[in-house]
Ligand binder design. Sequence first.
Ligand SMILES: C[S@@+](CC[C@H](N)C(=O)[O-])C[C@H]1O[C@@H](n2cnc3c(N)ncnc32)[C@H](O)[C@@H]1O
Length: 237
Amino acid sequence: MNKDKIYSQPLSKVTPFTFNKEVAEVFDDMVNRSIPFYKELQELIAQLALAYVQPESSIYDLGCSTGETMLQISRKSSTPLSIIGLDSSEQMITKAKKKCQKYPHLLFNKADITDFEFQPSSVFILTYVMQFIAPEKRLSFLKTIYSHLLPKGVLIISEKIKFPNINEDIVGFYEQFKAKNYYSELEIKQKREALENVLISYTLPENIELLKQAGFSIVQPVFQYLNFCCLLAIKND
Ligand SMILES: C[S@@+](CC[C@H](N)C(=O)[O-])C[C@H]1O[C@@H](n2cnc3c(N)ncnc32)[C@H](O)[C@@H]1O
C-alpha cells in the first residue's frame, strides 16, 4: 500500500482536492488513516449488502474508488454476485480493476453517478460520496436511486456530517484521530484547506430529511463515530 504523503510538504498554493492519479495511488492508505473505523465500516456494509440483496438482482457501488467494498462483499459471499462499481475518476477505475482482477464478476465503469441510467436493483451503496455532489443535485439524485430500487431494496449511505453549535469541537477530536494516525499538523491543515467547498457536509437530521423527501420511509443510522456516519435507508412500499 503506497503511503499518503500528498500534503506533507508546504504548498505555496493549496488547490481544491480532486480524485486524480496522485490520490488514486495512495487512496487505500489515505482512507485507512483518515476515516475512523474504515475497515469495520466496510465489513458492516458488506454484511448489510448480503443481507438485503435479492435473488437475480445486482448491487451498485456508487463512487467505488479502488473497489474495496466490492472486494469485501465478494469475499463474504458464497456465490459470485453481480456487483457494478461506478466512479467518475479514470484513475480510480484503473486502480480498482487491477486490485480486483481475481474477481472477474466485479464490473467497473467510469461514469458520473448523477447522470447514469441504472437498472432496477436491490442494493445501492454510497460511501462518503454524496458529500462531493453539488447540494442542489442531491435530492434528484436520491430520487433516481429510489426509483431504481426494487421493493424492499436498500440504500446504504455513509456521509461525513456536520454539527450545529459544536462542529469545531468535533472537528478537533477528529483531527486528533488523524494525528494519532501519523498525519502532521501541516498535512491536516493543508488537506482541510483542499477540501473546503469541495466536501460539503450536512447535519445528520438534514441527511435523514433528504432521504425521506426522496421517498425512503425507513432511515436508520447503523454506525456513527464523531463526524462519520452510516445510514440504512429502506424502500418500504
Ligand atoms: C471518498 S471516495 C469514496 C470511497 C469509497 N466509496 C470507499 O468506500 O472506499 C469518493 C469517490 O467518489 C467518486 N465520485 C465523486 N463524485 C462522483 C460522481 N459524480 N460520479 C461518480 N463518482 C464520483 C470519486 O472519484 C471518489 O473515488
